[in-house]
Structures are given as structure tokens and as C-alpha cells.
Ligand binder design. Sequence first.
Ligand code: S3P
Length: 436
Amino acid sequence: MAVLIVSKSNSLDGCVIVPGDKSISHRAVIIGSLAQGETRIANFLASADCLKTIDCVRKLGIEISCQDGIITVYGRGLAGLREPRDMLDVGNSGTTIRLMSGLLAGQPFGSFITGDESIRSRPMDRVTKPLKQMGAAVIGRKQDSLAPLAIRGGNLEPISYCTEVASAQVKSAILIAGLFADGWTEVTEPAVSRNHTELMLQGFGVPVITDGLSVRVKGRQTMYGCDIQVPGDMSTAAFLIAAATIVPDSKLVLKNVGLNPSRTGIIDVLQEMGGNITIDNKQMKMGELVGDITVETARLSGIKVAGDLVVRLIDEIPILAVAAAFAEGVTEIRDAAELRVKESNRIAVMVNEFSKLGIDITELPDGLRIKGGRPLTGAVCSSHGDHRIALSLAVAGLMAEGKTSIMQAESTAVSFPNFNQVLAEIGVDWSVVNSD
Ligand code: S3P
């Protein structure tokens, strides 16, 4: 187990190339594997989660190479996958298990898919239910709601499906399964979740129609391999944006960050709280908006975050809670019960761990209340194996007196493999101790 120890920081400064977007990296490999010919992916996020997606796709008989930082997927079309000889293991990656379940539902052979302890406790019925409705045979623990899952598919029927929660993983699983069904498959969500699957499918030439909360894809289309440039991950940038906002005398420039509106809720909220964040060089790259972000230290005020906005910043709530600890007044986050079924029960874990540093944080059934302004003191905390908790604790530690030790800090590699290196580049004093 790695323990990351960070010290209080007096200022942050630097220009960072933000690592590739995790959601888009997964999708590029999965969709590329179903296209005819080569898909070349630049700025692929080589994090633990995305490498698991590569593993799974390779086990389905698809060759994937990596040269000079470019990942090439040698796709063999919709009918080009082979029965895996072994269990597919997604590690900690919810995106891999849910999107791959959609892909496996379209295959006329049997597969088994599972992951680590966290994955095996996360709800899978939200994908197994629609996939069974489309005609796939899916079996899992607890009435098909928990992994490991056994999936035998093929001969899928298109469906029109209303999801109970706004989830891009669920939406994408159904749309990917829909690629194998003859006709239009439609998903309607209670609020619009990130739309990278829709945009990428369009880029591969698949007819996609978006209409408010609904999106439809036309199945059985031949896709052709293409070149994909993965933008920097807003969810990763968010840790640096929050850090530069709360640490005094700071200025960070973050290059080439994805600005897809379904992902920029954190920018909107921090700006409303008083954040000093500007965006330059905006441009469209293959359907995705990207740009450079400049952040400087700012005084924040508390805010209420609820409703559809929560979907646009669901992964950023841990770091928003840290920023809120330095805002004047109270910040309340509601309608975020989904946080309980992420890589950890993030509501409970945040309350437990953040309060060890002195943050005034209260658990609500569907969110959190944070009272800003308390001085923090370094402590020994745990990430509970959750990458976004580890990253948030490290940022909080930059503002805590003394040293903050984060147990199970190796989890940062799930989404931000070069986190420690970036910390050093922007002027943070840290060390890592390995302990068992
Ligand atoms: C993701 C969707 C979100 C997000 C996760 C990545 C994706 O999960 O929290 O980190 O790549 O589709 P849900 O679909 O469960 O909301």
C-alpha cells in the first residue's frame, strides 16, 4: 500500500498538460474495436481503468498496439469479436464493466465479466435489465444485479428505454448494444448525462439523433476506423483548478482540457462561488470542445448545488466539497445520492475522512453540508481505495497545517497516473512511503 504524504503549500505555479479524458479513452477503444480497420488514439489515458478496457477488448480477439504514445485498435467490424477464453476483469472500472456489458450483449457467444471488490458491490441491474429486455441472456449475483456477470447475447431487438437514473454508463451500454440490433434503439434519461458515446458514434458514421432527454442510434451500421484525439480530462483538471483556487498566491494554466458542456458543471459552480477561472483557445476537435484554463487564487462563497447541475459535476463533488471548506458560509449539495454507489460510498467516506482534517462536513441522505472557514490540520486519512477521494484529500492537505498522510494512495493511478509528478511540477512538497 502506498501512503502519499503532502505538506502545506504556500503557492502553486505552472503550466500543466492535463492527462487524457478517461470516459473518452474507454469509448475510443470499445467503439474502435467494432469498426472496420485501424482506429488511432492520441493522448489516450494510460490509467489503470483504461488499461483494463484494453485488456478486455484484447481478450475478445482484437489486436491493440501502442507506439510513440499512439494506441492503435485493429477493429474487425461488428461481427469480428471472438469468445474470450477466460473471465474479463475490469479491475476498479465501472465504465468498463457497464459499457463492455452492452458490447457483450451483442455477441453470439458467452462471456464472464467481473472486477474488484468495489465493482462487485456496485449496482449492475441498471444495465442487466435493459440488456435482458433487448434479448440478451444475463446472469449475475443477487437477481442479476451484481457482478460477476455471465452474458450470452446476439439477435438483439431494438428497444426504447427510460432509465431511472441519469447515467452515461447505462445510456452507453444500451446504445452500444443497440449497434447490434436491427433498427433504432432509444434511451431517455431523467437528465442529460455526458454524451461522449453519442458524439463518438457519430464520428464513426453511425446515425444518432438527440432530442432533449432522448437519444437514438441506428443499429447494424458498418463503422470505419478513424483517428481520435482525446482531450484532457475535465474531471482531472478539477483537482488542479480547486487547488489553485484555494492555495494562496497561485496561478495554474491547464492546457487542452475537454469543455464538453455535459462536463463543465464544476467550472460554472466555482465561478459562481467567486472562482477566478478563465478559458482561452476554445476549439472543436472531432465533436468535442477543448480549450486552455487559467486559474488564480480566489475568495469563495458557499453555494447550493442541486438538480440537473449535479449530473454535470457528479465526479467533481469530492473536490467541490474540499473547495467549499475554504468558502465563506455554507455549501449544500443535494440530489447526489448516486455518490453512494460510486467507487466507494462517497458521501460516507467524505464525511469520515474530510472531518479528520478538521473540515466541518455533515452527511445528508442525498448529499452534504459543508461549513467553510475552519483551519485544517494534517492527519492520517484513507482513500478507501477511491481515486477521487485520494486526490481530494491530497488537495485538502495543501491547506492543512503540518503533514497529511493518505493511505491507499495508489488509487490515484485509476484516473491520474502522473499525479505525483504534476504535484512536483507545480511546487508541492510530497513523499511516498510504501507500507503493507
Ligand atoms: C462515466 C459516467 C459516470 C461517471 C464515471 C464515468 C462514463 O458514471 O461517474 O466516472 O465514462 O460514462 P455513471 O454513468 O454511473 O453516472
